[in-house]
Design a protein around this ligand. Structure first.
Ligand code: ADP
Length: 545
């Protein structure tokens, strides 16, 4: 017997119609490259988005065509987010922090037909153009002047009316695609469906994750080119939250100014962004009025517990730790405290806030070791596997079986985790970053978190270096805060007080900076390469990227 409920397709136009009818006057604010602010509303943005949809059709964009964006976070990018999927085309966000060769590879692999480029990013696109067979390049410019051979976004939008029906699409239609950053090999395309995006927006808004509503003003620092800014642009549209876009200005002072002036209630980004913000706040306590900010979402790599504590104790700010991947849309887990923890002391609560947390609604997790599925005992390590309505089931263009997907339909994340009896998941490492010393695993993430807990340390990364006796030993690279002196003995003492002796890195080295990936994570492959001979062995046993 079948259920007798409506089979309403879950598609992006459903979100657009809701935002238009219920939240039209909610603000959309963008910082332009010249630092001035552009103020708009959902009504205006979706009106322009409708005209963009018509213009793209007029340019010959057909259902299934890939339309790429190479753009910062701003209102026009939001217009593209709604217009492209709503004509059945596929929004392909290109990562502007990648090398032009990688952008070329990705745009070619995806067969992008039309590319929308920020004028300030034209010098980057110029290094790809000619090698990418896009039919049209549309430039988003503030002064009406665009490079020869390209189309002006504003002219296209102005040439249409906003008679666009925002009709539903079959929910399994591709809506968007994003390539993995390639820190674990060649970038691979993940293709999101209308259904997965809509469900993810709903999931992202739930109280376990963000608890979004029209009382919120959201500033996504996480780029719209990296896993759809964690789904926030669509979630905000669904729940009516105002959006504030920082454009290209991501330095701590610019972000803090915007958070304060626009009375932002919720923001999101990777830990390296928040480490910089915490330093800026510590340097000038009380300078910014952040009294409206109710949560800072942190994910992409492990948020050090000292950072979470520092925000809370010194500035009264609350960090919510999320885990996810390009392949999981990205929200997989969130460290939302269970009722039992609400009465716990702050140290215990902080320990849970630093975990990656429990599976989001509609997502399931499990861990697997060589012995089979791991017990949820909080100590046994295994590779995290995940399953859910917004998790990829295959990569774009994959032909044949892929060992990232299990026979029973789970995705193998490559993350090594423990899970406790309440389902709280803790990332111990990425499989390729684990230090395997004398047959035992050492968590580089735990060591990094401890080092970043030292008040003089700005950033720390720990990598595996080949070692004659132990196979691998950990090596730490530490960046001190401005004006602080590197003191190896003090750092060693800190670690010896917290970990078994054999976990403590043999070498702790000072550095001016830690190389970062295009998403702002520590680029550990570069550090491993740089230090691979440090313990006197530099043979083929050293691991690559
Ligand atoms: P890339 O694989 O290129 O880094 P993704 O953005 O898809 O691109 O990264 C997903 C990975 O980021 C996860 O597999 C995990 O290793 C890491 N990650 C994400 N969130 C967290 C977190 N909260 N704590 C620790 N690691 C995280």
């Amino acid at each position: 017997m079948h259920g007798l409920m409506m089979d309403v397709p879950l598609s992006i136009p459903l979100i657009a119609r809701r935002a238009l009818t219920l939240y039209g006057s909610r603000p959309i604010v963008s910082r332009r490259p010249d630092r001035s602010l552009h103020r708009s509303t959902y009504h205006e943005v979706l009106g322009r988005s409708a005209r963009l949809a018509r213009a793209l059709r007029r340019l010959g964009v057909k259902p299934g065509d890939r339309v790429a964006t190479l753009a910062w976070n701003h209102a026009r990018h939001l217009e593209a987010y709604f217009a492209i999927p709503s004509i059945g085309a596929v929004l392909h966000t290109l990562n502007l922090r990648l090398h032009p060769d990688d952008i070329t590879y990705i745009a070619t692999h995806a067969e992008d037909q039309v590319v929308l480029v920020d004028k300030v990013l034209w010098p980057l696109w110029e290094q790809c153009t000619g090698r990418v067979a896009a039919r049209h390049v549309v430039v988003m410019s503030d002064d009406g002047i665009v490079p020869p051979g390209t189309l002006d976004y504003e002219t296209l939008v102005a040439g249409e009316d906003d008679g666009f029906a925002w009709d539903d699409l079959p929910e399994q239609t591709a809506a968007a695609m994003c390539y993995t950053s390639g820190t674990t090999g060649r970038p691979k395309g993940v293709v999101y469906s209308h259904r997965s995006m809509t469900l993810h927006a709903l999931g992202a808004g739930m109280v376990h994750v963000t608890g979004l509503s029209e009382r919120d003003t959201v500033l996504p620092v996480v780029p719209m080119f990296h896993v759809n800014a964690w789904g926030l642009p669509y979630a905000c549209g669904m729940f009516g939250a105002a959006q504030v876009f920082p454009g290209p200005h991501l330095d701590p002072a610019s972000l803090l100014g915007l958070l304060a002036d626009e009375r932002v209630t919720l923001t999101a980004g990777v830990p390296t962004i928040w480490l910089g913000i915490l330093q800026a706040l510590d340097a000038e306590p009380g300078r910014y009025d952040l009294s409206r900010l109710r949560a800072m979402l942190v994910g992409g790599s492990a948020a050090p517990s000292a950072m979470i504590r520092g925000f809370r104790q010194r500035h009264g700010l609350h960090v919510l730790h999320l885990w996810g991947m390009t392949e999981t849309s990205p929200i997989g887990t969130a460290a939302f405290l269970s009722p039992a923890l609400l009465d716990a002391d702050e140290t215990t609560q902080d320990a849970y806030r630093a975990k990656q947390g429990r599976a989001a609604p509609l997502v399931e997790i499990r861990g697997r070791s060589a012995q089979g599925l791991i017990p949820w005992d909080g100590t046994t390590m295994g590779e995290l596997e995940v399953r859910g309505a917004w998790v990829a089931r295959q990569y774009y263009g994959a032909d044949g079986p892929d060992d990232r997907f299990t026979a029973d339909g789970w995705f193998r994340t490559g993350d090594i985790v423990t899970i406790d009896h309440e389902g709280n998941m803790t990332i111990q490492d990425r499989a390729k970053d684990l230090v395997k010393s004398g047959g035992e695993w050492i968590s580089s993430v735990a060591l990094e978190g401890a080092l970043m807990g030292h008040p003089d340390v700005a950033e720390a990364a720990v990598v595996a270096v080949p070692h004659a006796k132990w196979d691998e030993r950990p090596l730490a690279v530490v960046v001190m805060k401005p004006g602080r002196t590197f003191d190896e003995a003090a750092l060693r003492g800190l670690l010896e007080g917290m970990f078994a002796k054999w976990w403590v890195p043999d070498a702790i080295l000072p550095a001016d900076a830690i190389p970062k990936t295009s998403a702002g994570k520590f680029l550990k492959s570069a550090l491993r390469e740089q230090h691979r001979a440090h313990y006197g062995v530099a043979d083929e046993s050293a691991r690559g990227g």
